[in-house]
Design a protein around this ligand. Structure first.
Ligand code: NAI
Length: 248
């Protein structure tokens, strides 16, 4: 039997990058996948097809993870399409980097809404279902900069640190109902998000990483699979760094 056979997982912001790798990895482990992204476009459709070829039920939904009402309605739709929710992966995230001197209020608010409020929105929306099922695994994608901070990313770091506080609190709040909540803190993962950085900056980062390279989305997805599955049945309230021993 596969690790997630018969389970349903929601992955937010899954059309590309780390979210896409998580959706595919969980599907390979037998999970049915409901994934969201801002738009249900050709990229989302291609993921839906790829997942269906893995012989699981899969469906993409257009939903803004930063919007409270959008999250409630997408979770309602997922529940009526899939019948249950076992795993929630809060992956949707954006960067709007700038030194504090130049950071606008809009850049602050947007990053906090998409990265942090989204985690509240989605967790709250699935809570009742997981409570009724008396089981669930919630995995939030934080970042090493949420643990250690980073110049030029005060909004992003604050959102990712906030995710850690939320994760630890919800683990304590929902633990008695067999709902586990954990965060992962990826370091430098090669995706479109990091693809925006200049080549010299990327090489500078690689030099500082003891494993001397960036991570892949699949390397993040494998840790998420572990936390989603019963292999991690006594792991809750934790933050697992996936960073090649990098320190920020
Ligand atoms: P990405 O930019 O390649 O993908 C992010 C996905 O989220 C996109 O498909 C985007 O359309 C979607 N998205 C953006 N705003 C959304 C919203 N409001 N509602 C729903 N979906 C939305 O980014 P990547 O690199 O795959 O990052 C995924 C997560 O991992 C993010 O939370 C990011 O902060 C985190 N992370 C990434 C690291 C990296 O090095 N790439 C390092 C540490 C954390």
């Amino acid at each position: 039997m596969k690790l997630l056979e018969g389970k349903t997982a929601i992955v937010t912001g899954a059309s590309r990058g780390i979210g896409r790798a998580i959706a595919i990895t969980l599907a390979k482990a037998g999970a049915n996948i409901a994934f969201t992204d801002l738009f249900y476009d050709d990229i989302a459709k291609s993921l839906e097809n790829e997942l269906n070829e893995l012989n699981v039920k899969a469906k993409g939904y257009a939903s803004n993870a930063g919007d409270f009402n959008d999250c409630n309605s997408v979770v309602e739709n997922i529940l009526s399409d899939f019948g249950r929710i076992d795993v929630l992966v809060n992956n949707a995230g954006i960067t709007k980097d700038n030194l504090l001197m130049r950071m606008t209020e809009e850049d602050w608010d947007a990053v906090i809404a998409v990265n942090l409020k989204s985690v509240f929105n989605m967790t709250k929306a699935v809570q009742r279902t997981m409570l009724k099922q008396r089981s669930g695994s919630i995995i939030n994608i934080s970042s090493v900069v949420g643990v250690g901070g980073n110049a030029g990313q005060s909004n992003y770091s604050a959102s990712k640190a906030g995710i850690i506080g939320f994760t630890k609190s919800i683990a304590k709040e929902l633990g008695s109902r067999n709902i586990r909540t954990n965060a992962v803190a990826p370091g430098f993962i090669v995706t479109e998000m990091t693809g925006k950085l200049p080549k010299e900056v990327v090489e500078g980062w690689f030099e500082k990483i003891p494993l001397k390279r960036g991570g892949t989305p699949e390397e993040v997805a494998n840790v998420v699979l572990f936390l989603a599955s019963d292999m991690a049945s006594y792991v809750s309230g934790q933050v697992i760094n996936i960073c090649g021993a990098m320190t920020t």
